[in-house]
Structure formats: C-alpha cells, structure tokens
Design a binder for this molecule. Structure first.
Ligand SMILES: O=P(O)(O)OC[C@H]1O[C@H](O[C@H]2O[C@H](CO)[C@@H](O)[C@H](O)[C@H]2O)[C@H](O)[C@@H](O)[C@@H]1O
Length: 391
C-alpha cells in the first residue's frame, strides 16, 4: 500500500463546502487546491464562520444524487465507472484482499450507521438485521472485532447486542472491551478508556452522584465555580425546538443535531441556533456528517486514534503481521482510513453508492454488501481453522 497526500480531517468539511460552491460535481477535489484550503479552513473556526458557508457544508455533506450530467461534463454513470476503478469493490477483489492477508492477523473495525444498519429517518430506529448480527457474531469468532461509532456506547451496544465485541462509542471517545476477551496477545491490556472524560459535565451536565464521584477535584472546582453551568445537550434541545424536524441526540461525549427531517429552507436558522449555543463553549467543535451536525470536544481524538488505541490494547502495536480492516461510510471514518494509509498497513473500505473522495482503498455499496463481505470472510477462514483443529 502506498502513502498518499491526504486531506486533513478537519479540512474535509471546508473542502466539501468549497466543492459545493465551486462545482456541483459529486467528486470532492483531491488533493484540495491550496487556495480552497486556506480560505475555507479559516471559516471552520466556529465563532468566525459564515452561516452561508455552513449551510453549503451541510448540503455538501448530504448531497442529493441524481442521474444528471455532472458539472465536469461527464454523466454521473461515467463518473461512477471512473471512481469504481480507483476504489474497486471489496467483494470483486475479495481473493486479492485475502491473499494480502496471508500470515497476518486480521482485526475488524466496523462503523455502525450506514455500514451495519441502513440510514433511516429516525435515529432511534436504525436497527441492524438479524442476518447482519449473525454475520458480525461469526466474524468475531475468528477475528478481534470492534464497533467504532459516533453513537454513545450504551445505545450502540443495545443495537448490536453482542457482548463479545470491542466498542468505541462517541467517535472513539468511550472505549470498552468484551467481558471475556478472545484473540488477544499475551501483552494485551484490558480495554476501558475515556480520553474526553473531563468534558462529560459540559456536554451532559452533572447527571448522577456516581458521575460526580468519578471526576477529579480540579474538575469539580471548575464545575462549582462556573457561572453558566454547562449543559450543552439541554441547551441545544431548548434552542432548536422551534425548528420543525430537528432532533438532538445525546451521544454522551458528543451531541448530534439531526437535520434529515428539517426543510432545507430552515437549515440556516438551525445552524444559527446551534451556533448561538456553541459560542459559549470554545472547547467544543462542530463537524457536519450525513444530515447531522456533530458537536464534540476539541481534543485530538477521533476514530483513527481509537483504532490505534485498540490495536495497541490488543497487543498489535508494533506488529508487522497484523492486518486491520476498517469498514465505514461517513467522513468521520476517514480519520481511520487515513491512519491505515499512513501506517501502510491494513485497508479501509468505504461504504458508498456514489463517488466520494476517500482515503479508503476499496468500496462496498451498502450494508447488505457489508454483510456479504463479512459472510465471505468467515467462509474463507472457517476451513483453515477446521484444518488446524485436526492437526
Ligand atoms: O459513526 P456512525 O456509527 O456512522 O454514527 C454517526 C451518526 O450516525 C447516526 O446518524 C446517522 O444515521 C441516522 C440513522 O440512520 C440518520 O437518521 C442520520 O441522518 C445519520 O446522520 C446517529 O444518529 C448519530 O448520532 C451518529 O453520530
């Protein structure tokens, strides 16, 4: 795998906004022109950003795909054909992927929404199918498997319902290992990690006495002396309630403001409302996802860091014979794809039906194809394991 020039994660929102302004092509510019990076990166600063830029960014992160002719003159079908040559289907290239994994321990990382479950209007109804659950369960029998998601840990565990997995919730800020770990190396550590713990009262407010007991004295002091007691989630609920269709989801270390059911005409008003809350919290930042605005701590921690942390915890930190496979659909998954590219190890698989610039190596079109890939992985591994058990 070769190293490439990659787009900084924080720049992606800016770049897609720039792409939306500059062209209606479904392809994001790659690498981004320097002028775009300079201009739009500065507008990512939340306090200074223009509403119009954010609305463009919201549109760019949630493009409407039609079979129209793209701005660069090629029909969308042709653009897709060119794109799939660059990011071939992981199903078509299955044999090739497996031969690259020979002698290596595969470690699976799976995003949840849009990867294991289809995108639906109501975030509380994003269930995965029983067939998908069975596929994930079987994969976890043979390979260490982690779910890496923007959702809060409790909710994703509830959706997936498998106790044998590793979970990294809140975009990797809430990591938990299985009760009885399998596949770990001798030097593996127990997995329980919350790098943004100090932000909890700010996002969620002081919810319980056990939460109070778990914060350190300095954090407690700053809480008690704070004049505007921080409860971002509640403030967002309150501030956005006049926008029909807006939904605020508490993801523990992050908050999602959904606009999938908000009329496009009201997107400007919604971003104003969100912005009016965030002005009070310079330690929080905003990134757009799939018809969602994600509010999260400014710490340098993302799904890519969570992947590295989990590899280390599993005892694979400096291993040459490990092959991490990360499957995801969203721009937050790009941080993990980038880590794999930079390590020159493992591979990223982007779930998308449409051309998208990405740091992944392969693609799959939708969750049903993800399931097919997982099933094939198990079918490929099972005979080897049977043969070994007879020796
Ligand atoms: O990291 P992920 O597992 O992909 O989570 C990212 C966000 O996913 C969810 O929102 C997305 O899926 C919803 C259900 O299909 C859909 O209604 C929404 O428009 C999508 O953005 C989740 O609700 C968010 O909290 C996650 O941050």
């Amino acid at each position: 795998m070769t190293k490439q020039n990659v787009v900084p994660a924080e720049a992606v929102a800016a770049i897609t906004a720039a792409a939306a302004v500059a062209s209606s092509s479904p392809l994001y510019p790659y690498p981004p022109p320097r002028s775009f990076q300079k201009k739009y990166l500065s507008q990512l600063d939340f306090a200074g950003g223009r509403i119009g830029t954010w609305v463009e960014s919201m549109k760019a992160s949630s493009p409407t795909h039609t079979k129209a002719v793209g701005a660069i003159g090629a029909p969308v079908d042709e653009q897709y054909a060119a794109w799939i040559m660059r990011y071939p289907s992981a199903l078509t290239k299955f044999e090739q992927i497996m031969s690259a994994s020979k002698g290596k321990q595969i470690v699976m990382f799976l995003d949840y929404d849009g990867t294991l479950s289809p995108i639906v209007e109501d975030p509380d109804s994003a269930f995965m199918t029983d067939a998908m659950r069975a596929a994930v369960r079987n994969v976890a029998r043979y390979f260490p498997t982690a779910i890496v998601t923007g959702r809060c840990l409790e909710k994703v565990i509830d959706f997936v319902g498998l106790t044998e997995l590793y979970y990294a919730g809140s975009h990797g800020m809430d990591i938990k290992g299985p009760v009885k770990p399998r596949h770990t190396k001798a030097k593996a550590k127990s997995v329980l990690f919350q790098p943004a713990r100090e932000f909890l009262p700010m996002i969620d407010g002081v919810g319980s006495s056990s939460q109070l007991l778990s914060i350190n004295p300095q954090q407690l002091l700053s809480l008690l002396t704070s004049s505007t007691f921080p409860q971002v989630y509640k403030s967002l609920l309150e501030r956005t309630k006049s926008t029909a269709g807006a939904k605020v989801e508490n993801n523990k270390f992050c908050v999602s403001v959904h606009f999938r059911c908000v009329d496009e005409k009201s997107w400007g008003a919604l971003i104003e409302q969100v912005r009016s809350v965030l002005k009070e919290y310079p330690k929080l930042r905003l990134t757009p996802g799939r018809k969602v605005l994600e509010i999260r701590p400014t710490i340098k921690w993302d799904k890519g860091k969570a992947l590295e942390f989990l590899l280390e915890s599993l005892g694979f930190a400096d291993c040459k014979d490990v092959m991490p496979v990360y499957i995801g659909d969203d721009r937050t998954d790009e941080d993990a794809f980038k880590v794999l590219r930079d390590r020159g190890q493992g591979l990223g698989i982007l779930v998308s039906k449409f051309p998208k610039e990405t740091n992944a190596t392969y693609s799959l079109q939708e969750p049903t194809e993800v399931k097919d890939f997982l099933v094939r992985l198990v079918e490929w591994k099972r005979p080897t394991m049977k043969a070994l058990s007879k020796v």
